[in-house]
Design a protein around this ligand. Structure first.
Ligand code: ATP
Ligand code: MG
Length: 336
C-alpha cells in the first residue's frame, strides 16, 4: 500500500544575518498508515524544522530548497496556504506545535475555536462539534465543562492539553506532536499515549512524535529516525535501531537516556558539540564527537545506506557502520 507520508531528500535553509544555514539536510523517511514514528535528536538538530516543513509552517525566513514531501502520493511541498488549509490541516494532518500554548487564540473560548475549525473542515453541526470536543477534553484529563473557558483561564499544562484535544478532535490521519509532553507530568503523558494507542486501534491514526528523549520513542513508537545537526543519522524500526544501532550518534544517544529495560545502566554523556550550521555540510556532522571517525568522515557526508540486506528500512549514514558498534561494545566496560 501507498505510504501516508514520504519525506524525500528534504533540505531546508534559513536566511540569517550571518548567511544561509541548512537546518535540514537531505532528510528522508516514510510514515505508513497507522504507524507511530518517532523523530529524535538533541536541541537544534532540525526536528521542528522538519515538522514545520510538512505542515507548511516554516518561519518566514525559512525555505524548502530541495526535496519532496508527498502525502498519500501527492506532492505538497509547494502547496499554498489556501491549499494547505483546505486539503490538509486539521482533518488530515493535525499539528501540536512545540510552543503549543501560543497556538490558542486568546480572544476565543476553546469551544469557539473548535467550532470554527470544525465548521471549515467537516459537515458536523455546532452541537456535534462541541460533543466531540468534550469527549477529547475528558480524554486529555480536562473537565468537559471547561470547553467554554478562554485560554487564559487555564494553566500552561492545561493549555497544552487543550491544544492536544483540538488536534485530536477531528480524528486526523496524521498527528504531528512536537515535544507534546514536556509541560505534562508523567501520569498525563501515560494517559495521552494510552489514548493515542486507542485512537490508533480505532482509526488507524499515524503519529509523528518529536522529542529529544529517545526512551519515550523506544517505548511508544514502531519506527524511529535519529537526527544529528541537520542530518538523519539512522532510521529504522524501533526494534532494529534499539537492538542493532549502527550510527555512533544513535548508540551514544541511546546510552544517554534511562531505559526501563536496563534500569541499572549508567547514563553516558556525549562529549562536544555539533558543528555550527552553515550553508553546506560537506562532511559527517558527528565527526568531531565521534571516537571512531577517520579522514574519510571529514572529506564527504555519508549517505543513508541499508544496514542489512534483510531489512530494507534500517538505514544509517556512517562510513563505519559495519564496525563502529562492535568497537563501541568491545571498548565498553562490562556492567558486572
Ligand atoms: P529543539 O529540540 O531545541 O526544539 P529542533 O531539533 O527542533 O530543536 P529546529 O528548531 O528545527 O531544531 O532548529 C534547527 C536549526 O535551525 C537550529 O540551529 C536553529 O537555531 C535554526 N533555526 C530554527 N528556526 C530558525 C529561524 N527562524 N531562523 C534561523 N534559524 C533558525
Ligand atoms: Mg524543536
Amino acid at each position: 500500500t501507498e505510504p501516508l507520508l514520504e519525506v524525500d531528500d528534504l533540505t531546508v535553509q534559513y536566511e540569517t544575518e550571518s548567511g544561509m544555514i541548512t537546518a535540514v539536510s537531505d532528510a528522508s523517511f516514510v510514515i505508513n498508515e497507522g504507524e507511530f514514528f518517532g523523530l529524535a535528536g538533541e536541541s537544534g538538530c532540525g526536528k521542528s524544522t522538519t515538522a514545520k516543513s510538512i505542515i507548511g509552517g516554516l518561519d518566514s525566513n525559512g525555505q524548502i530548497t530541495s526535496g519532496k514531501i508527498r502525502y498519500r502520493g501527492t506532492e505538497i511541498q509547494d502547496y499554498t496556504e489556501k491549499q494547505l488549509n483546505e486539503e490538509l490541516r486539521w482533518k488530515e494532518i493535525a499539528w501540536i506545535p512545540q510552543s503549543a500554548m501560543n497556538s490558542l487564540d486568546p480572544l476565543q473560548t476553546i469551544s469557539e475555536q473548535a467550532v470554527e475549525i470544525g465548521t471549515v473542515h467537516t459537515d458536523l453541526s455546532k452541537a456535534e462539534l462541541r460533543e466531540k470536543l468534550k469527549e477529547m477534553f475528558s480524554i486529555v484529563g480536562l473537565q468537559e465543562s471547561r470547553i467554554n473557558d478562554y485560554p487564559h483561564q487555564f494553566s500552561g499544562g492545561m493549555q497544552q492539553r487543550a491544544v492536544i484535544a483540538l488536534a485530536l478532535f477531528l480524528e486526523p490521519s496524521l498527528i504531528i506532536a512536537d515535544e507534546p509532553t514536556t509541560a505534562l507530568d508523567v501520569i498525563m503523558q501515560d494517559q495521552i499515549f494510552k489514548h493515542l494507542d486507542e485512537i490508533k486501534a480505532k482509526l488507524d491514526t499515524s503519529l509523528l512524535l518529536i522529542t529529544h528523549d529517545i526512551s519515550v520513542i523506544f517505548e511508544s513508537c514502531e519506527t524511529v529516525a535519529i537526527m544529528h545537526a541537520s542530518q538523519v543519522a539512522e532510521y529504522g524500526t524501533v526494534n532494529a535501531v534499539y537492538d542493532n544501532p549502527r550510527h555512533p550518534y544513535a548508540f551514544m544517544f541511546k546510552a544517554a537516556f534511562p531505559d526501563v529495560r536496563e534500569p541499572d545502566r549508567e547514563l553516558e554523556v556525549i562529549e562536544g558539540y555539533p558543528p555550527q550550521l552553515g550553508e553546506e555540510i560537506g562532511f559527517c556532522s558527528f565527526v568531531d564527537r565521534c571516537p571512531w571517525a577517520t579522514e574519510e568522515c571529514r572529506e564527504s557526508a555519508p549517505e543513508l545506506e541499508a544496514v542489512a540486506d534483510d531489512d530494507p528500512i534500517h538505514v544509517a549514514s556512517c562510513f563505519r557502520k559495519e564496525e563502529a558498534y562492535e568497537l563501541y561494545q568491545s571498548e565498553r566496560p562490562t556492567t558486572e
